[in-house]
Design a protein around this ligand. Sequence first.
Ligand code: GLN
Length: 200
Amino acid sequence: MTGKKIRIGVLALQGDVREHVRALAVAGAEPAEVRGPEELAAVDGLVLPGGESTTIGRLLRIFGLLEPLRAAVGDGLPVYGSCAGMILLARDVLDGRPDQPLIGGLDMVVRRNAFGRQVDSFEADLDVVGVDGPPMHAVFIRAPWVEKSGDGVAVLARVGEHPVAVRQGHLLATSFHPELTGDTRMHELFVEMVRQRGRA
Ligand SMILES: NC(=O)CC[C@H](N)C(=O)O
């Protein structure tokens, strides 16, 4: 641990940006909104917020961020994707739009709106690997689940048999929205991941 604040970007094209900015600040990072390649180049880690993955994907193309983001992920930039952000980090999406662009990087296939076929939104208390203390109260909104994942992917939490939190090296993804509950332990876990990469 160093005393230096690390700078973590929040992709700010669409979705619940402000809530992530707030949670990252509470978790001890210096948050920064990212809308273009120069801003992306200036951060030590990045959060992809929830929202609508098809819209965010389209905006990534329009803002010239899709290829720079793919390159940054390939280069080891730590990224945390929540809900729509989880979808963007997947290598493939089921029930997505055929032309829906993904960033990829995480060796998983996700199913979009997976729980939504039964209920649109729900809440659950989850034990998350790597998060100490009481179970985490998790909010799911038209959430994806991980349909399948490669050997390199660690499952951190499940709802029933379905993985809803995963990590592969420098990439972290959750189906749920920790930025909405005031519980910043998921953001703290990500800040620590970024810190350990020593980019600060
Ligand atoms: N809350 C969310 O991020 C919902 C994700 C949305 N259903 C999508 O497909 O992108």
